[in-house]
Design a protein. Structure first.
Length: 130
């Protein structure tokens, strides 16, 4: 069985969830960011200078981390969906606070009875401009 790739309605759903996460990230809306991450021991977030394993660790870290700069801008965002319940979102970002280029990758899954999209894994890194 081959999963359908990039069905327009699924891309639209994941894009909407990603936009909401990005809005919450820039606004430092911790409640929304937490709601968009799967609260499970299997969830992993590798940050720029930290590692969190599990929803509890991610929530604890969010309570003390520095807010994302308001000057954050996304570049080359790519959403790829696999079937109706799994997707990846890859993006680059810049801000006025660093000359480095940020890279962010998220794995999203439709989890639970409500059918909401949740981030199940994330990785953020900074590199010098290539």
């Amino acid at each position: 069985m081959t999963l359908p790739i990039n069905q327009p309605e699924v891309i639209a759903q994941v894009c909407a969830a990603f936009v909401e996460y990005e809005r919450a990230l820039v606004a430092n809306d911790i409640e929304t960011m937490n709601a968009l991450f799967w609260n499970a021991t299997e969830t992993v977030r590798y940050g720029i200078a930290e590692i969190q394993h599990g929803g509890d660790a991610i929530r604890q870290w969010r309570e003390t981390c520095a807010p994302v700069p308001a000057s954050r801008k996304l570049h080359r965002t790519i959403v790829t969906t696999f079937g109706a319940d799994f997707a990846t979102v890859s993006t680059e970002f810049t801000s006025d606070t660093t000359p480095l280029i940020g890279r962010q990758m998220q794995s999203w899954a439709r989890i639970g009875d409500d059918g909401d999209w949740k981030i199940v894994a994330a990785h953020v890194s900074l590199i010098p401009e290539p």
